[in-house]
Design a protein around this ligand. Structure first.
Ligand code: AP5
Length: 222
């Protein structure tokens, strides 16, 4: 049962394709995309107080302290656009304390999507990932090479995308995953994320559309 605009959480190991799918979800459903990784990277590059605190944790592949991230997310969720258009939460909650914070605030998604991808594929995806600092588009040297030489020349690599740090991030993800899943088990859908991004999106699209349709039915029956 849902109420109001669509509320979605997307989860999965590092490089499982969350950001890639979020680009497609936003294009189709117009949700407000709240990615804690993106928000934190913006703070780091703007050298804000939050960014300066977060930087060392991020670069080491460790989680940024809960209170910093939770304050950022709750501030963003409370803005008018998120209430009006609905939201797509990406990379949060990432610990049981974060999940509890949302439960206390009565913030619950309609659906909790988990992208499932084998470890060895995740490492290759991270090591090959490149970001366009201008458009914020996500590329991969083999899977999604840039369209032009001009874009290629400006692509950057994330400091936490080395093989060693990816392994550390993956370990942390696995340690936390189960505790978070238990909060959302009744609305969780696990998808095989080791397929083309179009095929994965097709499945997400149909799930979200279904949630939206049920929403319409719910309103009609009232
Ligand atoms: P965050 O930015 O959230 O990193 P992450 O969870 O490790 O996820 P990624 O961004 O690495 O991957 P993704 O799943 O979005 O994959 P993508 O689509 O890019 O967090 C970074 C850091 O911030 C954390 O380590 C932590 O320090 C901090 N942080 C963030 N949230 C926090 C929180 N809540 N609490 C505390 N700290 C927090 O795809 C990856 C690559 O694969 C790309 O190259 C892409 O082109 C390619 N690809 C995607 N889909 C496919 C496909 N279907 N087939 C082939 N290739 C594909």
């Amino acid at each position: 049962s849902t109420s109001g605009p669509l509320k979605v959480m997307i989860s999965g190991a590092p490089a499982s394709g969350k950001g890639t799918q979020c680009e497609l979800i936003v294009k189709k459903f117009g949700l407000v995309h709240i990615s804690t990784g993106d928000l934190l990277r913006a703070e780091v590059s703007a050298e804000t107080e939050i960014g300066n605190k977060a930087k060392e944790f991020m670069n080491a592949g460790r989680l940024v302290p809960d209170e910093i991230v939770t304050a950022m997310v709750t501030a963003r969720l409370s803005l008018e656009d998120a209430k009006e258009k609905g939201w797509l939460l990406d990379g949060y909650p990432r610990s049981s304390a974060q999940a509890e914070s949302l439960e206390k605030l009565n913030v619950r998604p309609d659906i909790y999507v988990v992208l499932d991808v084998p470890d060895e594929i995740l490492i290759d995806r991270c090591v090959g990932r490149r970001l366009d600092p201008e458009t914020r588009k996500i590329y991969h040297v083999k899977n999604f090479p840039p369209e032009t030489e001009e874009i290629k020349a400006r692509l950057i690599t994330r400091p936490d995308d080395t093989e060693e740090k990816v392994k550390a991030r993956l370990d942390i993800y696995k340690k936390n995953a189960e505790a978070i899943l238990s909060t959302y088990s009744n609305i969780m859908v696990k998808l095989d994320g080791n397929r083309s991004k179009e095929v994965v999106f097709k499945e997400i699209d149909s799930l979200l559309s279904q949630v939206q349709r049920d929403e319409v039915k719910l309103v009609k029956s009232e």
